[in-house]
Design a protein around this ligand. Structure first.
Ligand code: SF4
Ligand code: FES
Length: 247
């Protein structure tokens, strides 16, 4: 495949960036999107140019670090992570525009790399869960209804990639936060701190500069782990209950 790539280049957080155009030949449709960028970087280095900085780690859809806006869609045209996207989803001769996540709360570090530590601070603000000391309790001594255990398991698959924020016109992290709140809120072990957790996480979310949710639903459409939109309902319900109880 022969491609034309328009890629956001930005030297550092303070520099103003711009889209730069590159021609790339010899791309196989079996390559992943990140392998295609590897080929571009080899070409750039061979020409004595700075390679394009982009985030990645596992390349298996697990870690959530790969985060690219591809032709205006978070993670590109498939419901998957950027690392699991393959070039067979594109056609020979296509022009592809590649940008970093756009959000005030995710400042650009360099080129396509953004700082998503705001997510870490939201998680940290939720605090610990209570745990008894001593030896590990017998697993069946804390019974959890099957439907609640399954829902907790399903939303625990959120990998913190940030696509929900990038896709949201408000730059809201409500889907991410809803996944974390629901994960612990469904399980018996998550009950003692349930109220303080949601109040503190929402306060941190707002302090980081994420926007409010207006039920647009782009987040759930972009989520590679198919986190359902109703976790935001659970987030709001938990928040209302916590505030009513004086948290
Ligand atoms: S909710 Fe989905 S899109 Fe948002 S951070 Fe988690 S996995 Fe990524
Ligand atoms: S590199 Fe880990 S999810 Fe894509």
């Amino acid at each position: 495949m022969r491609l034309t790539l328009k890629i956001w280049r930005q030297a550092d957080a303070q520099a103003s960036g711009a889209l730069k155009t590159y021609d790339l030949d010899g791309v196989s449709e079996d390559m992943s999107f990140l392998e295609m960028l590897d080929v571009l970087n080899e070409q750039l280095q061979g020409q004595g140019e700075e390679p394009v900085a982009f985030d990645h780690d596992c390349r298996e859809g697990i870690c959530g670090t790969c985060s690219l806006m591809i032709d205006g869609q978070a993670h590109g045209p498939e419901v998957t992570t950027t690392c699991q996207l393959h070039m067979r989803s594109f056609r020979d001769g296509q022009t592809i525009t590649i940008e970093p996540w756009r959000s005030d709360a995710f400042p650009v570090v360099r080129d396509l790399v953004v700082d998503r530590s705001a997510f870490d601070r939201i998680i940290a603000s939720g605090g610990f869960i209570s745990a008894n000391t001593g030896s590990a309790p017998e697993a069946n001594s804390v019974p959890a209804p099957r439907d609640k255990a399954m829902r907790a398991f399903n939303v625990a698959t959120c990998i913190g990639c940030g696509a929900c924020v990038a896709a949201c016109p408000n730059g809201s992290a409500s889907l991410f936060m809803g996944a974390k709140i629901t994960h612990l809120g469904e399980l018996p072990q998550g009950q003692p701190e349930r109220g303080t957790r949601v109040v503190d996480m929402v306060a941190q979310h707002d302090a980081e500069g994420f926007g409010g949710c207006t039920n647009i639903g782009e987040c759930a459409g972009a989520c590679p782990k198919e986190i359902p939109l109703d976790v935001i309902s659970q987030l709001n319900k938990d928040l209302r209950t916590a505030l009513r109880n004086g948290h």
